[in-house]
Design a binder for this molecule. Structure first.
Ligand SMILES: Nc1ncnc2c1ncn2[C@@H]1O[C@H](COP(=O)(O)OP(=O)(O)O)[C@@H](O)[C@H]1O
Ligand SMILES: [Mg+2]
Length: 251
């Protein structure tokens, strides 16, 4: 009787938590499987594996970035990692585990792939008064996210809400473009205020230093100012123009 050779990949398990996921993303071998075709920059998907762990990931090589006139400094990959650092500091787990590392096409950002819930109607979901979306709205105000469209919001089957594609965050100019304006002008929830206090402290200290590896001093300072402004008003920001600043296309 012939037996099929054991598939080495079948013994691998998924990372148990975000720390393990980050360790896997940093050390694992990346096997590319495909490219997201509607993406404006080079966005690749693949598997990342160590001897024990395996997961799907997104890999965006710096070499595949299209230059943007309004984000002249640093790299989009660096901005994604900076957004993940802020997300980690909030404890809200908006951004899936994300690292900067060398990959098959050179240095880039590698992010854990998160499976969305295919039964969720995104167009209806993004209008809900959902605590995960509300936290995301606060996070976006902090990082000055210029691109919170529907496709960058991933509700999971477990009820968590992840955000992806943070390459155009942290401009020194106000650029908040999002679908999540439903709380505009409303008082921030108490837990958000507590998180913002912690962020303000972190930005003066370790977090500020970590962000400066990826952002200009001015962009880090502006991030501190946005946090200070949220704490001063105690409210969700309002769109600055006559009309809410919406991403285009919205989904
Ligand atoms: N970490 C992730 N987990 C699951 N899906 C993702 C992840 N990152 C991206 N995607 C999906 O891939 C699409 C393209 O990725 P995105 O980061 O938006 O790339 P681009 O910068 O090229 O627009 C997203 O709209 C989203 O649907
Ligand atoms: Mg995108």
């Amino acid at each position: 009787m012939t037996e099929r050779p054991a598939d080495p990949a079948s013994d691998l398990r998924a990372p148990a938590d975000d720390d393990e996921a980050r360790a896997l993303l940093l050390a694992g071998e990346i096997d590319l499987e495909g490219r997201m075709l509607d993406a404006s920059n080079v966005t690749l998907v693949g598997a990342v594996r160590t001897a024990e762990l395996a997961a799907e990931c997104v890999y965006k090589p710096v070499a595949g970035e299209r230059p943007l006139w309004d984000f002249p400094d640093g790299t989009l990959a660096g901005r994604e990692v900076a957004a993940a650092l802020v997300s980690d500091a909030t404890g809200w787990r908006v951004v899936p585990p994300t690292v900067l590392r060398d990959g098959p096409f050179g240095p880039g950002m590698v992010q854990l792939w998160v499976d969305g819930d295919p039964t969720v109607d995104l167009a209806a979901f993004v209008r809900l008064d959902h605590p995960g979306l509300r936290r995301m709205a606060v996070f976006d105000a902090v990082v000055n996210n210029a691109d919170r469209k529907g496709g960058h919001i991933i509700p999971t089957p477990a009820g968590h809400v992840h955000g992806v594609d943070h390459g155009i965050c942290f401009s020194a100019e106000p650029k908040l473009r999002t679908l999540l304006w439903r709380w505009a002008g409303q008082r921030l929830p108490a837990d958000a205020l507590a998180v913002l206090e912690r962020l303000a402290e972190g930005l003066r200290d370790d977090l500020g230093e970590q962000l400066h590896e990826h952002l200009t001093r001015r962009e880090v300072r502006r991030t501190q100012q946005r946090v200070a402004e949220l704490l001063r008003t105690g409210r969700h920001p309002e769109p600055s123009g006559d009309w809410p600043a919406l991403p285009w296309p919205p989904f």
